[in-house]
Design a protein around this ligand. Sequence first.
Ligand code: CO
Length: 264
Amino acid sequence: MKTAIVLAAFGSRRENAMNSLEHITKRVQEAYPDVPVRVAYTSKTIRGHMKKAGEEVDSVPMALDNLLAEGVTHVAIQSLHLIPGTEFHELLSLANEQTLKDDGFNRVEVGFPLVAGEAGVEMIADTILSITPEGKETNDAVLFMGHGTKHDGNIYYEILHRAFQKRDRTIHMGAMEAEPGIDTIIKRFQKDGVKKAYLLPFLFGTGWHAARDMVGDDETSWKSRLEQAGIECEAILKGAGEYDRLVDIWLKHLDDAMKRMAKC
Ligand code: CO
């Protein structure tokens, strides 16, 4: 049995986004010093841009092909996504295909994304709340900007929002490309009389979306939109993969995958 780990990140070309990826890769290497760890990007668009710039990064199938050629028999693919959406489900299909192939791996296990399903939501909500900024006044709000998806997995942003609200009415989860979007959130803030909002990414790293859609100078960024609505906005640009407490959860999912794989 020869084991390897593939960390499957959405991917980013921006330097800032690398903090998250480097941090989690280091934590994984420390936890599994004898296991080779590879990084792969699930986004075809990002890989295309990188190829043009002369910096190639493997897709997950490419990383798997290389490991197979090196004689690896068991591989754990750890999803570095935040919710189980399109990207995570594609990893499940890929693992299924690879396991069924005659000359493929003996075992391919996929580790859950940060939010592993409804069962994990309460624990994740507590952990996320533990990273919210200190020194917040009573009427200040904390707003997390998630990516959002057309996939049914978008429900997890709403589930997290409800879990936050149960604990603290001033904490909100929004989604950039879906609901609850910034229009919905501004209406809520106006109703609640919010004067100041702390804006945090609920994204793996602080790449393009954080720079442009969250805090960009453009009038459509969340920061601009809040300010136009008369709400002071303080952004905290730190990706989910930079917080040890959140990385601990990804590591637990990887540990589960490694344990499943070791069972015959
Ligand atoms: Co995007």
